[in-house]
Design a protein around this ligand. Structure first.
Ligand code: ADP
Length: 825
């Protein structure tokens, strides 16, 4: 249509231009004609068209110019036309200069102008013709175009109408469709609404929505119902917060506001109080949605009281269960036959000493099971798989450190919908400790049983209230001639087997036991009828075994043993002892007699000896001149013998006096004793240049007089048996020794002893005589070289024995001797 209009416009425009061009020409013609008319007639009225004609032509030229703006050629032409017009005007204007007076007109003057005016006019005419031609061409094109468009337009119009009609029909159908859709939607919406409300109610859930634009908060009916509040009883967040538990309020307020502010979702749990004061646990969710350019916060409030309580209970239970698993060493496992995967609970890993993931439990089982149990376990699993029946089994498995663990495993079977077995799951309990304890117990039981069997004793538990043995073990078969398998009727013991003469004794024994403390041992001897009809003596050692609730003794435990032989040998021993005591008494008497005899003898012997000596001396002095030299010699020998005899008797006396009857032990400083000894031997020491070197000696509890004698004898001997060419050197030392060091002397190994050593550099002696020298009258050296009685060391030994000690001597001929004295610390 636009093209048609355009074509029409073009035609109109071309026509207008053509017209205007004609007009221009016509104005020029009019002006020229007018001018000529005036020139010919001098009538000025002819000039009327002449005046203003050029302005009009010029005006039209402008109009043409504006109409041909879109045509470059024509524009050029318009410019040209304009120039031509101007030229024409200039030529015509020549006449303007002419005098209005016709007389002044000279045709000769006017002629060139007229000529060139005519030529200019032709030029203009030609030019306009060219322009019109051009427009004609355009017109021709425009008409053709128009014609084409005019031909096509009806077809277009029809197509357009049909198209419009089609669109109209489709639109109509669409609207129709939308309408029914909307109707359906409406129904659906109302159903949905109903469903939603129902869902809200049954889920114990309310909803809320906060419109960002209107700032209005709305709650669903069920929201209020949930809080047992009336509808619209609150319409703000603060209003709702009134229902929230005071402890949770700040938290809920903060979370709600933040979620709203940052357009985040929320999901929180807290406590609310209903209007009636009931505490409820609720879960609130929220989410920001944007609709039609504004935000809305929508969400739900759900009553999760039951869930929460249940959850808490569940959590507690789960914790308890885990605790129980941990304490009871119970682990859980699961095997899936389809995926071939096995999983363990943490406790199970713990039981076998692993950390989770340390071993692949799906395929390592076989390597860790005890070979003896492997087959049985495999069988159980196989059977469960085939029959779908659960199994219970005990087996051994090595833990991470290779230690064998006893486990009890109980399984359940997993089945799919069709009832096929798809896997197993179950619990494993570590019963290693139990089994080990059992073994220990079994061993110790066996141990006691064997011991009881080995002992020649009977062990029993006797009930004092029931008066019978509750338990009896031991060598009953050999002692009592009872078959171990035979039932042993204990009532018979008292009546048939125990000597009736011992009944009362046993009754008293039992009565005493009823009053006994727990660890008191009560012994009793009684007679018992042996299997071959012989009475044997039994000794029972009994003690409290059990008490009743009041704390009274109700059962006793005891060991009975056959003491017949013991008793018999005891009796033998007793009579032997009696004899021994008698003999001892006799011996003591004899000893006393002997010592009084020796005392009397020595004492009484001294008197005649003294007399012999006195009279021998008298004879030797008074009748010295009458006696022959030989007689004199004999007399001096007699004197010497008598003196020796006296010395012997003195020594013997001193020996017989060395006893402990008048014992009086005193704590004595041995250093002092050494000093006293030195004093006593002063002269001899000076004479022989003796050196006595004594280290610090202890103070000990001794009989001082006897010890003085002891020191005197030993030091005296050391000086006496010194080498003639060497001054005697005696070293006295003391040290503590252990009883074990001198055990072979018979010392008490638990006792400490002071060891006093006397070392000299004398002539020494042959070691083989180490014991002999302590015997009475035993001498190693000749009496002429070294005078002596042979009693000194015997006295020393007796003194040391009186102190429960020991004396030893070691010597080396020509080197020296050492005398060691040991006395208890
Ligand atoms: P005696 O009166 O003969 O000294 P003892 O009983 O004191 O009697 O000594 C017995 C014997 O032991 C001595 O005769 C002597 O032969 C020997 N004897 C004693 N002490 C020493 C000693 N220190 N060195 C060498 N021999 C000794």
């Amino acid at each position: 249509m636009n093209d048609l209009v355009d074509a029409t416009d073009l035609i109109n425009k071309t026509n207008t231009i053509k017209l205007k061009l004609e007009q221009t020409l016509s104005y020029l013609k009019d002006a020229e004609a007018g001018q000529r008319g005036y020139l010919l007639t001098k009538d000025t009225s002819f000039l009327k068209p002449y005046y203003g004609a050029f302005e009009k032509a010029e005006q039209i030229t402008y109009e043409i110019d504006s109409l041909t703006r879109d045509n470059k050629d024509q524009q050029e032409n318009v410019k040209m036309l304009y120039l031509l017009l101007n030229d024409k005007y200039s030529l015509l204007n020549f006449y303007q200069t002419l005098p209005r007076d016709s007389s002044a007109f000279n045709p000769a003057v006017a002629e060139p102008y007229l000529q060139s005016g005519r030529r200019k006019m032709d030029e203009i005419r030609n030019h306009i013709a060219v322009m019109i031609n051009k427009e004609d061409e355009l017109l021709k094109n425009g008409t053709q175009e128009k014609k084409r468009y005019v031909n096509v337009t009806p077809f277009f119009l029809i197509t357009l109408s049909l198209l419009s009609l089609g669109i109209l029909i489709i639109s109509f159908l669409r609207i129709q469709n939308d309408l029914s859709e909307q109707r359906k939607m409406k129904t659906k919406l109302s159903v949905q609404n109903e469903t939603f409300m129902h869902a809200e109610e049954s889920a114990e859930q309310g909803t809320y929505a906060l419109n960002d634009k209107t700032r209005r908060l709305s709650f669903s009916d069920n929201f209020y119902t949930l809080l047992e509040a009336e509808r619209e009883s609150f319409t703000t967040l603060e209003g709702f917060l009134e229902h929230v538990h005071p402890d949770d309020k700040p938290f809920v307020r903060r979370v709600a506001k933040e979620a709203y502010k940052h357009k985040q979702s929320l999901d929180i749990r807290f406590r609310v109080y209903t209007k009636n004061g009931k505490l409820k646990y609720v879960r609130a969710t929220g989410k920001t949605v944007s609709t039609d350019g504004f935000y809305m916060m929508v969400g739900t409030l759900q009553d999760v009281t039951d869930d929460t309580l249940l959850n808490e209970e569940l959590k507690r239970r789960e914790q308890q269960l885990r605790q129980a698993h941990l304490l009871g060493k119970i682990g859980v496992w699961e095997t899936d036959f389809i995926t071939k995967k096995t999983t363990w609970s943490n406790e199970l890993y713990n039981i076998f000493g692993y950390k989770r993931g340390e071993i692949d439990v799906s395929d390592t089982d076989a390597r860790y099971i005890h070979p003896e149990d492997m087959q049985e376990l495999n069988k159980a699993v196989q059977k469960a798989r085939e029959t779908g029946e659960p199994f219970e089994i005990e087996y051994r498995r090595f833990d991470k450190h290779g230690k064998l663990r006893y486990v009890y495993s109980k399984s359940e079977v997993k089945k799919d919908d069709k009832g096929d077995v798809t896997g197993l799951f179950g619990v494993i309990m570590d019963i290693t400790q139990l089994r080990e304890k059992e073994w220990e117990l079994r061993e110790s039981e066996l141990f006691s049983k064997k011991i009881i069997e080995l002992l020649p004793n009977i062990i029993y538990v006797y009930d004092l209230d029931e008066d019978r043995d509750l338990f009896i073990a031991g060598n009953t078969s050999s002692i009592l001639n009872y078959d171990p398998e035979n039932n042993y009727n204990t009532d018979d013991i008292m009546k048939e087997l125990i000597h009736y003469g011992d009944y009362d004794k046993i009754k008293i024994h039992h009565a005493n036991l009823r009053k006994a403390h727990d660890n008191e041992i009560h012994e009793i001897e009684y007679r018992f009828l042996f299997k071959n009809g012989r009475w044997i003596y039994m000794l029972s050692r009994d003690m409290v075994f059990k008490r009743n609730k009041k704390g009274e003794v109700s059962q006793i435990i005891g060991v009975a043993m056959d003491i017949t032989d013991l008793k018999r040998s005891n009796e033998n021993l007793k009579s032997l002892n009696n004899i021994l005591v008698k003999k001892n008494d006799e011996l003591e008497q004899l000893n006393e007699e002997l010592s009084s005899f020796s005392y009397v003898a020595s004492h009484d012997l001294q008197e005649p000896l003294r007399k012999i000596r006195t009279f021998t001396n008298l004879i030797a002095e008074k009748d010295a001149d009458k006696l022959s030299p030989t007689a004199k010699e004999y007399f001096s020998r007699i004197t010497a013998a008598v003196m020796r005899m006296q010395k012997l008797i003195e020594a013997l006396l001193s020996y017989s006096r060395t006893n402990i009857s008048e014992a009086h032990y005193e704590l004595t400083d041995l250093n002092k004793l050494v000093e006293e000894t030195k004093n006593d031997l002063n002269e001899m020491i000076k004479e022989k240049n003796v050196v006595i070197e004594s280290c610090k000696l202890p103070s000990v509890k001794i009989l001082p007089l006897q010890f003085h004698q002891l020191f005197l004898n030993i030091v005296g001997n050391a000086i006496k048996y010194s080498k003639p060419d060497m001054p005697p050197h005696i070293k006295i030392t003391a040290e503590l020794t252990d009883g074990t060091d001198i055990a072979k002397l018979g010392a008490n190994v638990q006792q400490h002893y002071w060891k006093l050593s006397f070392v000299d550099n004398g002539i020494g002696f042959d070691q083989q005589y180490e014991n002999k020298i302590f015997e009475l009258f035993q001498r190693l050296h000749g009496k002429n070289e070294y005078p002596g009685t042979g009693i000194g060391l015997a006295i020393c030994k007796k003194i040391v024995q009186n102190h429960s000690g020991y004396i030893t001597a070691t010597g080396k001929s020509g080197i020296g001797s050492t005398f060691n004295i040991y006395i208890p610390e």
